[in-house]
Design a protein. Structure first.
Lengths: 679, 502
């Protein structure tokens, strides 16, 4: 798309203020919550919480037309928002919205509303709930802020807000575990934030343009804010690496996922649901922007080299999905299992992004699959965690083998969990089917494209597909197993009296079930309304086959046969070649699941307890403590030597001249206080 | 305007004498009177702002016939900026001292010498030539000794003598350098772009390092920082805040004047001068952070943290680029605001509970929530979290490093490494502030995860200090946020200063 075709963004209109307003609404809500908590007006507090979430959801929905569809104002067609606040924080803040950001904002406020509804009931008798909900609302504001800005500088600011607010949610319980998890979360997040700041500074210095959106300026790599700095490929990769590292830490990708299984389970369930379902998406969103900002989609000419950075991203996804799912299979701690599951699912999303990078301008399937996956994952993962939270809290158990038959106590919870399991597994007629199928399509497309040319690195893609199937099987294995052990089977006697979920909680669960079913029944609806329009902002070629199938720019319809032919619906189209191919993919995953069950039961894998020394987290903690200790002691040693030498040269030497002997006692504290004391 | 400049400089000097006279009759009033005098100084300085903010430079010099002026004053943008920051911090600190030193029998002496030191600062930053600067520099260096030995304990006397000896040695080196410069250039004045004749003189290296050492002693940069860990814990907290936030900045101010006003930015970009100073500033940043991690006592930790932060200022100055200098000057303000808050909060904790060790501070947030809130926000600023001043200076310094690289002052790799140093140091800052803040809020807690105890505010007795101590801290916290979000306000003056200097 050339710049001339790009629609004009709204600047000088009251609608352009909307992103700022949307960010400020939860902040005002947080202040009101704090006031209510001060007055101990709990009913008013709950009302404020839910109302605030609903208002921000409504405002975001109201943005749909100006941002996704575009509006005519005085005969001029506008699409997208832009609000610049110059001079803020030594640079500027730029609020704005485009279709992709709106997807994230929409799903965030939707799930946040449901989790908050659940939370108002869950937190009734818990301590410090005023503080909890204040930070809960601030967390919503900062997450929405991330999706409603236009450049990396503003993104960084909200990114750091997310860190602070989520820290308060993680450490909320004030137990030893929670304190440790909070510290781990904060340090890791600070490292991530600093990586991102590093990358942002470099990007600003080398390109002078830190906009999030791929735009016409993108192609002018050599222009720079500071003349004399040239963006070499090496520097570009450095910026890419730093930004991706920063976002990967937030998203919990492989090697930097260690904090996630520690920090998420200790947070109260309403916080846990949004942390796992939504806050990790902040990292994914950042990665999405970074990828298309620094390595914009290139046309795939015949015989082109495969984008090895894209292959790297695919394998980052593969390793994440595998090494996230493996510990989830090996643990029986209910919350930790699903925290690892979050890690694993992030791998699937990154996998799609990597496919998109490999396919260049024809990567619509990968990108759309990832975006779809993000929406589905937010729904089913927060459903999981709300169910897990209420089940663990009602039974006072943390391990799945100690529970059982809980469907009798809490039927709606069990039902929600079941639908979430079906969705995460990608069973047809649930939400997850479409996204998993599309991501899988993307990798087959990449293999098909490069397979004929026998391009270098094609084996990496083929193995990635196999790993995809294996990991999907693992996902289905641990989810079904935990569902069976917790909700089905025999109920231990001492759990007979476990309280059921409250009606408020049901009110949170039921919309989740409904959305899982609706997405499952009409998989093309979201493609037409949200995901398809969002593809336009990423420089993909709208004429390519995959793009046209997902979203036809001219008609605004999606023709992708996921469950049926969406253009001419007929029962026969449900058994067409493409649909059967999609469903058979689920069959292969099911086979892989059976394989994992066999390994688990007959290979005694389920009874393996992973020893602590294999836990990557412990190694990180020990090594970082050791490094800090050695570094600080080296500094202290240097200081001690320096201090002794210079003190003598500059101070004691002169003092000794004027008074010998008598001053001895006075000099004792000087020496006693020198650096050695701190050793 | 010239008379206002005079009044602004001499208000604290006369005020100090007035305080002494007042304390003979009404000792209780001396703290309040000192606060008012500092506030007056701030107001008079602010009166100069409208003229200076438009780019005017106000100069006063005593010239007798044709003999060149020995003493002169000059209010330019940088001077006014420094004077505003200094007198603001001084007002806050004196206000805070009203309660902190309520029961101290030497409070009049403290306030008297505090005002003398303020007049020293005002003279330094508004001084028009090297001799004036030196004169007021010595006033500040020697009279602030009385602030450090205020407790009169053996430890503070020892710390004070260390401070004094090092200050005097630095002062002597500085004076020698000034006299030598006068011999070569024939004038005591500063000049924009520096004196070309100095570069070709055989004493170039000696002079440069003489000036730098003279000021570095006061700025406390590596390796002349060794007085810091003694003087900071020894002095009472309001004085420590002044020392850390303003007085060491006088040294940094001197280095700015040396680099840009005596030698000229283009002439010191050589391996033996500018490059070594760059390396020294990086060592200061990293070593200060590392030492702060090793500390167990909060004031010593803050002392080393200040050392690390002054390294940022020197780094910004020696980057020799416009953005870098602006970042350095902005960081003078950023650090002054945040570090004053930290020292005053630490002082409030020491004053109310007597806790000095970091490990004893667990759960302090539940006892002193307001104090700990301020401490937390200031710590976040130090780490470089938005929307606080520390983040803004880090951003500007980072861009300044790249600007220096684009101007070929340093290589591109060095530019990236410098940003890496800024980032690493932020991380180390988080490592030593993190435990205090996190254990402070979530520290003393029941170990049973299922025991959801009621809000702890019923159980723990609150002991936040009275409004006399809290309000000044809050004023700084709010300005810390406002000057970050509306960074264009200070940046307007800083931009003017950079234009005047470069």
């Amino acid at each position: 798309m050339t710049p001339a075709e790009l629609p004009i963004t709204l600047k000088e209109s009251s609608i352009a203020l909307m992103p700022l307003v949307i960010v400020l609404v939860p902040v005002i809500g947080a202040i009101l919550v704090a006031v209510c908590a001060r007055c101990k007006a709990w009913a008013a507090q709950n009302a404020v919480i839910i109302l605030t979430c609903l208002v921000s959801l409504g405002l975001i929905l109201a943005l749909y037309h100006p941002v996704v569809r575009g509006v005519y104002i005085e005969g001029v067609f506008y699409k997208g928002l832009d609000l610049s606040l110059p001079g803020i924080m030594g640079f500027h803040l730029r609020f704005g919205a485009d279709s992709a950001g709106l997807i994230f904002a929409l799903i965030t406020s939707f799930i946040w509303t449901l989790s908050a509804t659940f939370g108002t009931s869950y937190m009734v008798k818990r301590h410090a709930k005023g503080r909890f909900f204040t930070f809960y609302m601030l967390g919503l504001a900062s997450c929405l802020g991330i999706y409603l800005v236009r450049d990396f500088f503003s993104l960084f600011i909200f990114f750091e807000f997310v860190t602070i607010t989520c820290y308060a949610l993680v450490a909320h319980d004030e137990t030893g575990d929670a304190t440790f998890a909070g510290k781990l979360f904060l340090y890791v997040s600070v490292i991530g934030g600093l990586c991102m700041l590093f990358g942002t500074i470099l990007m600003y210095g080398y390109t002078g343009n830190i906009s999030l959106y791929p735009s016409a300026e993108l192609t002018r790599y050599t222009t720079s804010a500071l003349p004399g700095l040239v963006l070499t490929p090496r520097i570009r990769f450095l910026i890419f690496f730093l930004l991706v590292a920063g976002f990967a830490i937030k998203a919990g990708l492989w090697l930097v996922h260690i904090w996630l299984p520690v920090a998420h389970p200790v947070a109260p369930p309403p916080a846990h649901a949004v942390l796992s379902g939504l806050v990790v998406k902040v990292g994914i969103y950042g990665m999405l922007r970074t990828i298309f900002r620094l390595y914009p989609a290139m046309p795939l000419t015949h015989g082109a080299q495969m984008n090895m950075i894209g292959v790297g991203v695919i394998w980052l996804g593969v390793l994440t999905m595998f090494f996230g799912a493996l510990p989830a299979l090996l643990t029986t701690h209910f919350k930790r299992m699903f925290a690892f599951s979050t890690v694993s699912q992030m791998g699937f999303i990154v996998f799609g992004l990597g496919c998109c990078m490999v396919l260049g301008t024809e990567g619509a399937m990968g990108l759309a699959g990832s975006l779809y996956y993000i929406m589905n994952h937010a729904v089913f993962k927060s459903a999981f965690f709300l169910c897990i939270g209420i089940t663990c809290s009602r039974t006072n158990e943390d391990y799945i083998e100690k529970m059982g038959g809980m469907r009798k106590n809490m039927p709606i919870t069990a039902l929600t969990f079941l639908f979430a399991v079906l969705s995460i597994a990608g069973i047809p007629f649930t939400g997850g089917f479409a996204s998993k199928t599309m991501v899988h399509h993307a990798i087959t497309e990449a293999i098909a494209h490069f397979g004929h040319a026998h391009a270098a690195g094609i084996a990496w893609l083929k193995w990635a597909e196999i790993m995809f199937i294996i990991s999907a099987g693992m996902t289905l294995c641990y989810t079904t197993r935990s569902f069976y052990l917790v909700y089905m089977g025999k109920r231990p006697d001492y759990l007979k009296n476990a309280e059921p979920e409250t009606n408020t909680m049901r009110a949170a669960f039921i919309p989740m079930i409904i959305s899982i079913i609706l997405i499952g029944l009409f998989p093309n609806f979201l493609l037409e309304k949200l995901i398809g329009p969002a593809l336009a902002g990423f420089g993909l070629q709208s004429g390519s086959h995959a793009y046209k199938m997902i979203f036809d720019v001219n008609t605004g319809r999606s023709a992708l046969p996921l469950l049926y032919n969406p253009v001419n619906f007929s029962l026969g189209s449900m058994f067409s070649h493409e649909v059967l191919h999609n469903v058979s993919g689920v069959g292969i995953v099911a086979l892989s699941t059976v394989g994992w069950y066999l390994i688990g039961i007959f290979g005694k894998m389920f009874s393996i307890r992973v020893p602590e020394y294999l836990n990557l987290k412990n190694w990180y903690v020990v090594i970082s403590r050791l490094v800090v200790f050695i570094f600080s002691q080296l500094c202290a040693g240097l200081e001690f030597v320096l201090n002794g030498f210079l003190s003598f040269l500059l101070v004691d030497f002169w003092q000794a001249q004027e008074a010998e002997g008598e001053q001895e006692e006075e000099r004792v504290p000087l020496l006693a206080q020198s650096g050695i004391e701190s050793l | 305007m010239k008379s206002v400049l005079f009044i602004a400089i001499f208000t604290p000097l006369i005020g100090a004498l007035f305080i002494y006279w007042l304390s003979l009759f009404y000792e209780m009033l001396s703290n309040v009177a000192a606060t008012l005098i500092c506030g007056l100084t701030f107001v008079f300085t602010a009166c100069l702002y409208p003229a200076v903010g438009q780019g005017r430079i106000i100069e006063v010099a005593w010239q007798i016939g044709t003999i060149p002026a020995l003493f002169s004053f000059r209010a330019d943008a940088l001077g006014i900026f420094m004077a505003l920051v200094s007198s603001l911090i001084w007002t806050i600190s004196s206000w805070y001292a009203i309660e902190y030193l309520m029961n101290d029998k030497h409070k009049a002496r403290y306030q008297c010498f505090s005002l003398f030191s303020l007049s020293g600062i005002m003279g330094i930053v508004l001084g028009g030539n090297m001799l004036t600067l030196y004169f007021f520099f010595e006033i500040m260096a020697i009279l602030s000794y009385m602030l450090i030995v205020h407790d009169e304990s053996a430890f503070s006397l020892a710390a004070g003598s260390k401070y004094l000896f090092m200050g005097i040695i630095g002062g002597i080196i500085l004076l020698l350098s000034i006299i030598l410069t006068r011999n070569i250039t024939g004038t005591f004045d500063f000049t924009n772009g520096g004196y070309a004749v100095l570069r070709s003189s055989p004493y170039f290296l000696f002079l440069f390092w003489g000036f730098i050492i003279g000021f570095a002693v006061k700025a406390g940069i590596f390796p002349l920082h060794i007085w810091r860990p003694y003087a900071y814990p020894a002095a009472p907290c309001p004085a420590t805040a002044l020392l850390s936030a303003v007085m060491v900045k006088a040294g940094a101010f001197g280095i700015i004047k040396t680099v840009y006003g005596i030698f000229g930015a283009g002439r010191i970009n050589t391996p033996a001068t500018g490059k070594i100073l760059l390396i020294i500033s990086i060592i200061t940043i990293i070593l200060g952070s590392g030492l702060a991690i090793a500390q167990k006592e909060i004031k010593r930790m803050l002392a080393y943290s200040s050392m690390s932060q002054i390294g940022y200022v020197i780094l910004g100055v020696i980057l020799l680029s416009g953005k870098g200098l602006a970042g350095g000057i902005y960081h003078i303000m950023a650090h002054a605001l945040a570090k004053t808050v930290l020292f005053l909060c630490a002082g409030a904790i020491i004053y109310k509970t007597g806790i000095r060790e970091i490990k004893d501070m667990k759960g302090i947030g539940q006892k002193m929530p307001l104090t700990m809130l301020c401490f937390t926000l200031a710590a976040l600023s130090m780490v470089g979290f938005p929307p606080f001043v520390g983040f803004v200076s880090k951003w500007i310094l980072g861009v300044g490093a790249l600007q220096a690289a684009s101007m070929n002052v340093i290589s591109q790799t060095t530019g990236i490494v410098i940003i890496g140093v800024l980032i690493l140091s932020s991380l180390l800052t988080a490592v030593y502030y993190g435990p205090i803040v996190m254990d402070g809020w979530f520290g003393s807690c029941p170990q049973d995860p299922h025991d959801h105890h009621p809000l702890p505010d019923m159980a723990v007795q609150r002991c936040d200090p009275s409004w006399i101590m809290i309000v000044p801290i809050f004023v700084l916290v709010i300005s810390m946020i406002v000057f970050a979000i509306y960074a264009q306000w200070p940046m307007r003056l800083i931009g003017l200063a950079v234009n005047q200097i470069l």
